[in-house]
Design a protein around this ligand. Structure first.
Ligand code: ADP
Ligand code: MG
Length: 431
């Protein structure tokens, strides 16, 4: 069937958006595809449509269950052949879904990345005729991306093990380094690259120089004083900063303002997000933890109370304004000492060569059957700061020497995959 006819039939859309048709056609032709488009451009359709058109099963991996659930809910209205497997659903429900997959009754199956290390899932899915293997938010595979997920490391192996006919990776992260990492780590074979522009014509950008923190806060309040400037997201540099500023804005604007950061209890955080998304609260002050999955169409202003860590992060955060296409503003409030903070973080994250050499030697000394445990606990016991351990793991993983174990990303445990062949030394020298 002509993809254009299928588009109308399944989704009721009269036309493809830029890049979509090319991606859909490539996915129907069993080609590997790398889709790089800004948020809101319509990346999901690039795999949903071929998934629905193909006769085999397409597996979609995405980092957040809530993102997958949203897609499954929306697709369920147009097709009964879509399902989700995740740890929250009961074992029985998951078994039923797998049974339907085995019977060839499903077109699209959404799967959380950590499922690929669950034996029950792997046993259940083995032997199913898998067509597309989709990796959404594929920048999560790269340590250079802003949402690195060790679970994503497994996906290339999983896709091959399943006998998937093609891999489609999609992301809104446009840096060449991340694209390279995606192609390499997912082992995409001569992928069709579909990229659209990253211009956001309805956004205006401004930088406001500030002298002091108090000056900054007053200017943020002034920017948001007009109700037409809201809903608004204010990004603050630190967790404590979000709470202080939220309190101040609530007083100055005489409206409710919620704070959001990773240190808040899960319920408080979910509640803040839900109330902002639902329109009960018009201003949220957040750290960069307020990110993926935040897709509110009518955000009129995104303020940055401090300079973000990278241009990429700024693009993603500022880009949460004006998703509905109506005019919106991104305003960065900058103070000269903001730079000092970043220099401090950069210096702290740098590992000295001597330390890396010691780790490399330690790994080599433990050579056994080509497999090694990276003694993270020991490193910590020896006085390595968490930041340094993170950095060491990052260096060794980038050099391909170790693969952080997906089951416990926070513990930073690592397992050496290949014989130690001097690559760690190279990584040390390169650092
Ligand atoms: P992304 O993943 O790139 O951020 P989504 O896939 O979530 O974006 O799509 C954003 C919105 O655009 C969705 O509401 C989707 O239904 C809509 N959309 C996608 N493709 C089309 C199209 N061809 N015509 C009209 N609307 C579309
Ligand atoms: Mg998306």
């Amino acid at each position: 069937m002509d993809p254009r006819v299928a588009l109308e039939q399944h989704f009721g859309f009269p036309a493809f958006r830029p890049g979509q048709e090319e991606a859909v056609q490539a996915a129907l032709d069993d080609r590997d595809v790398l889709v790089v488009m800004p948020t809101g451009a319509g990346k999901s359709l690039c795999y949903q449509l071929p998934g629905l058109m193909r006769r085999d099963l397409s597996i979609v991996v995405s980092p957040l269950v809530s993102l997958m659930q949203d897609q499954v809910d929306a697709l369920s209205r147009i097709s009964p052949d879509v399902a989700l497997i995740n740890a929250q659903a009961g074992a029985e429900a998951n078994r039923e879904v797998l049974e339907r997959a085995r019977l060839g009754q499903l077109r699209l199956l959404y799967v959380a990345p950590e499922r690929f290390s669950a034996p029950a899932f792997l046993n259940g899915i083995a032997g199913v005729d898998v067509g597309l293997f989709v990796v959404d938010e594929a920048h999560c595979v790269s340590q250079w991306g802003h949402d690195f997920r060790p679970d994503y490391f497994r996906l290339a192996d999983a896709a091959r093990w399943l006998g998937a006919k093609a891999i489609l990776a999609s992301t809104a992260t446009a840096t060449p380094q991340v694209a390279r990492d995606i192609v390499e780590r997912l082992r995409l074979d001569d992928p069709v690259r579909v990229t659209t522009g990253f211009d956001r014509p309805n956004l205006t950008f401004a930088v406001v120089p500030c002298r002091t923190a108090a000056d900054k806060h007053a200017r943020v309040a002034a920017t948001l004083a007009d109700p037409a400037a809201r809903p608004a997201i204010v990004y603050a540099g630190t967790r404590a900063g979000t709470e202080t500023l939220a309190g101040k804005l609530a007083r100055d604007l005489d409206c409710e303002v919620v704070a959001y950061h990773a240190g808040l209890p899960r319920d408080t955080r979910a509640d803040a997000q839900r109330r902002f998304m639902g329109g009960d609260v018009d201003v949220v002050v957040a750290t960069n933890a307020f990110g993926m999955g935040v897709d509110k169409a009518n955000v009129r202003t995104v303020c940055h109370e401090s300079v973000p860590g990278s241009l990429e992060a700024y693009y993603q955060e500022a880009g949460r304004a004006g998703r509905d296409g109506a005019p919106a503003r991104a305003v960065l409030f900058a103070e000269s000492r903001d730079k000092g903070l970043h220099v401090f973080f950069i210096q702290r994250s740098q590992v000295d060569d001597a330390l890396l050499m010691r780790v490399a030697e330690r790994l080599r000394a433990r050579a056994k059957d080509g497999r090694y445990d990276l003694g993270i606990d020991e490193l910590i016991a020896q006085g390595c700061e968490e930041e340094q351990v993170r950095s060491i793991v990052g260096h060794l993983a980038r050099a391909g020497v170790i693969q952080p174990a997906p089951s416990s990303p926070d513990r930073l445990r690592g397992r050496v995959l290949e014989r130690f062949d001097g690559r760690a030394r190279a990584a040390c020298r390169a650092s």
